[in-house]
Design a protein around this ligand. Structure first.
Ligand code: ADP
Length: 675
C-alpha cells in the first residue's frame, strides 16, 4: 500500500515477550515505527531493545503495568502512537480497553468491544451460534442455575458430562463428571473456581466428548462486512487443556469436512460482525475416526492466537500485516478463493516453556543459557521468541520461552524438520520442556497423525520418564571440562604468536582427576589422560577415548572411534551441562577437583584427589618442575593415576613416599615459585 493511504505510522504494542517482538517484525517490514511498553522487570527485555521507542509503565506485576488501561493509553499518547496492538493475553480481549482506545482516537488492532462481548461468556456465545446455525456441543447453557435443574439437565445429556464456568478460560473452572453422585461436589467446585477467578459463578453443562480433537479455524473480517477463513489448525496435543503442539492443516481431514468447518467458522464471524483476526474453536468427536466426524463450536478467541505462525506458513501470508490493513479500513487482502489456492504443505509448532515435564511440569525460573532466537535456522523453519541468552524467566509473566515452527511439503517432512530444529536448539540454565517436546514429535503415533487431546496422558510413561544419567555422561562432561579449559586458555594466549596454535597443550597436565556428585549424592571420579593426540576419560570399567576435540561457541565436537560427534556444552565451576538431540542434562561438579586445577597458573599445593596408594613419587625436594611434569603416580579406585605439576616452580615439600596410603585431601607436594 502507498505511504499516503497509510493511517498507521506509529504503533504501540501493549504486550511483551515473543508476541511483542513478532508484531514489531512486521511493522519494520511495513515501515511503521514501533513503541514498546515495559515494566521494571523488562527494562532490558528483547521487545524493548527491538522497538524504536519504549515507555516505562510501572512495577513488574502485570496488574500494575501491562494490565492498566490508563498507563497504556498514556504511553501511546506520550509517544504519539496512532494505533495499539494488544498481542494476546493481557488486554487483548478486554472490551473496555477497545472502547477506551476508540474514545481516545487511537486505532485498536482488533475487533469491536461488541464482538468481544458477544463471545466473552461461553453460554451466551453458544446460544448466539445456535441461532446462527453453527453446531454447538449438546448441553445446557440456560439462566436457571438451581442444582435440581442442573442435575436434571445432566441426566438428559447423559454421563459423563463436562461442567464449565461460563466465564472460564485457560482450562479453569472445568470439571468432568462421570456419575450423578459426583455432580453436586463438581458443581460446587466449578462455581467456586468461576467466582474466584472470573467473578462469575454461572455454569454450563455439556456432553463430554470422549475422544476429542481440538480443531480451530483462523478467520478474518474487514470493516466492509467480508469474512474469510485461512484454514484450520489442529491443537489436539494438549496438557490439562493447554496446547503443546499445533499444526496446520489438521492431519487426515477431508476437503469436504474442511469446507463445512470453514463455512461454519465464517458464519460465526459474520454473526457478530467480526473485524480483524479471530479464531473459532471446534471440538471434534473422533471416536469413529475423523471422516464425517461431528464437530461443535466451543468458543471464539477474538485476537491473534499464539499458534498463528502455522497458518502463516501454509498460506504464505503475514497475519499481523492483515490485522494492520483491516484496522486501517482496507479490504481483506485475499478472497476465499485466493486463499484456497495459496494454501500449501504442512506446518507444525511447539511451545517451548520454562517448566519441568519430568517433575510434574513445575514452572522453572532462572537465567536462560545457550538459547539463540536469532540463530541461522533452515529456510523452512522459524523461531518466534522474546527472550535470548542471558535473559531471566521470572515469576511475573508467562513462562513461554518461544515457539519453534517448521514447514514441509508433507506432514512427515514438517514434523522431521521441527524435531531437527528443536534438536539444534539448546536451552540451559533452567528446566524446559524441550526434551519432552522432542519425544512427543518423535512418537510413532504422533508421526502417524493419530492425535487427540488424551495423547499425552495415554503415553505419559514414555513421554514423561526422567532421563537416566550414566557413567558415559560423566566421561563426556570431563572431556567438556578439558575442552572448555583449552578454549579459555587459548583465548587468553591469543595475542602471543608462539602460543597461537596448540602449543598450550604441552603445558597442561597429562593426567588429572575430575570429581562429580551424582544425583543421589554419590561421588564419581573420572580420570582424564592425554596421550599423543588422544584424550581418554575413565571411570571404573567405563572408558572413552576421543581425538580432535574442538570447541566452537558452545558446540563441542570430537572424534569417537571414527565418528565425529557433536553436542552443546556449558561448563562452569559448579556444573557441566550437556545437550544433544535427545537430552538436556546438568551434572554437578564436586567442589574440589583434584590434580590439574583449572587455573592457568595452577595452585602450589597438590592434595590427594581421593583416597589411594602412592605408587611412585617422581620428584624430590629442591627439584625444579614445569607445568605438566609428572609429580607422582597413585592408585585409586583400582586405577593408576598420574598427577602432574599444575604450575612451574620448585618442589618445597614432598609429604608422602612410595607405598603410602593417603586420605582424600592429604597434602602430597608443595611447589614454590622458582627463586
Ligand atoms: P477454556 O476457555 O478454559 O480454554 P474451552 O472451552 O476452550 O476452555 O476448552 C478447552 C479444552 O477443553 C478444549 O480444547 C478441549 O480439549 C477440552 N474440552 C472442552 N469442551 C469439551 C467437551 N465437551 N468434551 C471434551 N473435552 C472438552
Amino acid at each position: 500500500m502507498s505511504e499516503e493511504t497509510r493511517k498507521i505510522r506509529k504503533l504501540l504494542i501493549a504486550n511483551r515477550g515473543e508476541i511483542a517482538c513478532r508484531v514489531m517484525m512486521t511493522c519494520r517490514s511495513l515501515g511503521i515505527r514501533t513503541v514498546a511498553v515495559y515494566s521494571d522487570a523488562d527494562k532490558d527485555a528483547m521487545h524493548v531493545a527491538m522497538a524504536d521507542e519504549a515507555v516505562h509503565i510501572g512495577p513488574p506485576a502485570a496488574t500494575e503495568s501491562y494490565l492498566v488501561i490508563d498507563k497504556i493509553i498514556g504511553a501511546a499518547k506520550a509517544a504519539g502512537a496512532d494505533a495499539i496492538h494488544p498481542g494476546y493475553g493481557f488486554l487483548s480481549e478486554n472490551p473496555t480497553f477497545a472502547n477506551t482506545c476508540a474514545e481516545e482516537g487511537i486505532i485498536f488492532i482488533g475487533p469491536s468491544a461488541a464482538s468481544m462481548d458477544a463471545m466473552a461468556l461461553k453460554g451466551a456465545a453458544k446460544k448466539l451460534m445456535t441461532d446462527a446455525g453453527v453446531p454447538v456441543v449438546p448441553g445446557y447453557h440456560g439462566d436457571d442455575q438451581s442444582p435440581e435443574l442442573l442435575a436434571a439437565e445432566a441426566e438428559k445429556i447423559g454421563f459423563p458430562v463436562l461442567i464449565k464456568a461460563v466465564a472460564g478460560g485457560g482450562g479453569k473452572g472445568m470439571r468432568i463428571v462421570q456419575h450423578i453422585d459426583e455432580l453436586p461436589a463438581a458443581i460446587e467446585a466449578a462455581r467456586r473456581e468461576g467466582e474466584n477467578s472470573f467473578a462469575n459463578g454461572k455454569l454450563l453443562i455439556e456432553k463430554l466428548i470422549q475422544k476429542p480433537r481440538h480443531i480451530e479455524l483462523q478467520v478474518f473480517g474487514d470493516q466492509d462486512g467480508h469474512a474469510v477463513h485461512l484454514f484450520e489448525r489442529d491443537c489436539s496435543l494438549q496438557r490439562r487443556h493447554q496446547k503443546v503442539v499445533e499444526e496446520a492443516p489438521a492431519p487426515g481431514m477431508s476437503p469436504e469436512m474442511r469446507r463445512a468447518m470453514g463455512e461454519a467458522a465464517v458464519k460465526a464471524a459474520q454473526a457478530i460482525n467480526y473485524v480483524g483476526a479471530g479464531t473459532v474453536e471446534f471440538i471434534v468427536d473422533v471416536a469413529d475416526g475423523l471422516d464425517d466426524a461431528p464437530f461443535y463450536f466451543m468458543e471464539m478467541n477474538t485476537r491473534l492466537q499464539v499458534e498463528h505462525p502455522v497458518t502463516e506458513m501454509i498460506t504464505g501470508q503475514d497475519l499481523v500485516e492483515w490485522q494492520i490493513a483491516v484496522a486501517e479500513g482496507q479490504p481483506l487482502p485475499l478472497s476465499q478463493d485466493e486463499v484456497d489456492v495459496l494454501t500449501n504443505g504442512h506446518a507444525v509448532e511447539v511451545r517451548l516453556y520454562a517448566e519441568d515435564p519430568f517433575n510434574g511440569f513445575l514452572p522453572s525460573i532462572g537465567t536462560i543459557g545457550l538459547f539463540d532466537p536469532f540463530a541461522d535456522v533452515p529456510a523452512n523453519t522459524r523461531i518466534d521468541a522474546g527472550v535470548r541468552d542471558g535473559d531471566e524467566v521470572s515469576i511475573h509473566y508467562d513462562p513461554m520461552i518461544g515457539k519453534l515452527i517448521a514447514w514441509g511439503e508433507t506432514r512427515e517432512d514438517a514434523v522431521h524438520a521441527l524435531s531437527g530444529l528443536l534438536a539444534e536448539t539448546p536451552v540451559i540454565g533452567l528446566a524446559t520442556n524441550r526434551d519432552f517436546l522432542l519425544r512427543a514429535l518423535r512418537h510413532p503415533d504422533f508421526v502417524a497423525g493419530d492425535v487427540h487431546t488424551g495423547f499425552i496422558g495415554q503415553y505419559e510413561d514414555e513421554l514423561l520418564a526422567a532421563h537416566e544419567i550414566g557413567v558415559h555422561d560423566y566421561l563426556l562432561a570431563s572431556v567438556s571440562i578439558w575442552a572448555n579449559r583449552q578454549t579459555v586458555y587459548a583465548a587468553s594466549q591469543s595475542n602471543d604468536p608462539w602460543d597461537a596454535h596448540d602449543g598450550f597443550r604441552l603445558n597442561l597436565p597429562h593426567s588429572e582427576l575430575l570429581k562429580f556428585e551424582s544425583a543421589d549424592g554419590e561421588q564419581l571420579v573420572v580420570t582424564l589422560e592425554q596421550t599423543s593426540g588422544q584424550l581418554a576419560a575413565r571411570s571404573g570399567d567405563s572408558q572413552i577415548t576421543v581425538s580432535d576435540v574442538t570447541v566452537s561457541g558452545n558446540s563441542l565436537s570430537f572424534n569417537d572411534n571414527g565418528v565425529r560427534r557433536q553436542l552443546f556444552i556449558s561448563v562452569n565451576d559448579e556444573t557441566v551441562a550437556l545437550v544433544d538431540a535427545e537430552r538436556t542434562i546438568s551434572l554437578k561438579r564436586h567442589a574440589r577437583d583434584g590434580g590439574g586445577g583449572d587455573d592457568a597458573d595452577g595452585p602450589g599445593t597438590i592434595v590427594a584427589p581421593m583416597p589411594g596408594k602412592i605408587l611412585e613419587i617422581k620428584v624430590a625436594e629442591g627439584d625444579t618442575v614445569s607445568r605438566g611434569d609428572p609429580l607422582l603416580v597413585m592408585e585409586a579406585m583400582k586405577m593408576e593415576q598420574t598427577i602432574a605439576a599444575p604450575r612451574d616452580g620448585t618442589i618445597a615439600t614432598v609429604g608422602a613416599k612410595d607405598g603410602d596410603q593417603v586420605g582424600d585431601g592429604s597434602i602430597l607436594i608443595v611447589i614454590e615459585d622458582n627463586s
